[in-house]
Design a binder for this molecule. Sequence first.
Ligand code: BDR
Ligand code: CA
Length: 314
Amino acid sequence: MKKIPVILDGDPGHDDAIAWVLANSRPELDILAVTTVGGNQTLAKTTYNAGRILSLIGLNVPLAGGRSKPLLADLIVAPGVHGVTGLDGPELPEPARDVVEEEAVELMARLLEKSDVPIVLVPTGPLTNIASLLLLRPDLKEKIDHIYMMGGGITKGNWTAAAEFNILVDPEAADIVFRSGVPVTMAGLDVTEQALVRPEDIERINSVGNDVARIVAGWLEFFYQFHQPLGYEGAPVHDAVAIVAMVRPELLKMREMYVEVELQGDYTRGATVGDYYGLLGQKPNATCIMDIDREAFIELLIESVASYGEGAAK
Ligand code: BDR
Ligand code: CA
């Protein structure tokens, strides 16, 4: 089987962590590197968390820290959602390896440059690293096969009434990505808030019984405790939907759309304004995921944690 070469870029984060657990369990993916960005927490914390996740799942690839601050805006962090560490909850192993000396954008550029085939980028945090790459090395655009990202929402926001967290943190970066001409698949809140892992599903995941399963269940429990008082029936595992789009697209409903990122707006900065009915006459620049088969998604997560067998590593 020809594997899809991917670079995972995120700000872990409970749902980033679960996305990476899922990605690492999929035989069709070849994870070349993991990079981090400031977002859910400061860059130092998200990078440390990434190291701990890689240890847990036995993923032995270069880990590079990226941009600590958005292109123009001040960093917003989300301790209320992910805790002071950015990944509060179950105890995790310490990072097994140091981060590489190269900065994330340099590492991505080098991997793209030397690859014979285009590479897929999967950002699940603010888009600062990806936009910086596109700004610094526009010559490498052709080497990016596709960007599968979590962020935005055609119909709603979660950090302001109009804006989703990842896009709100760095709207200028998101604008660069949507205008880049690189194929973009957007897992926005429209679908990710349907990717709910309910208490009974958390129990099933926990009962798989290996270390990864127990820790994933602990992350979900932590995440659910934040979301439950807001009326959610489960933990929305936003970032994992970007992985589902690559490995099981048949579980999703998607719609091609022209999407603009609002950079001004008294109430709407950071909104992803999707031309759902094609009223602007512009060519679509994104495939927006709108729906998911939730039950099949849960089975996929269970299959994923079960693949880690006994012990921590796959
Ligand atoms: C996004 O924001 C972060 O809190 C999550 O990790 C996810 O990437 C959801 O709005
Ligand atoms: Ca994230």
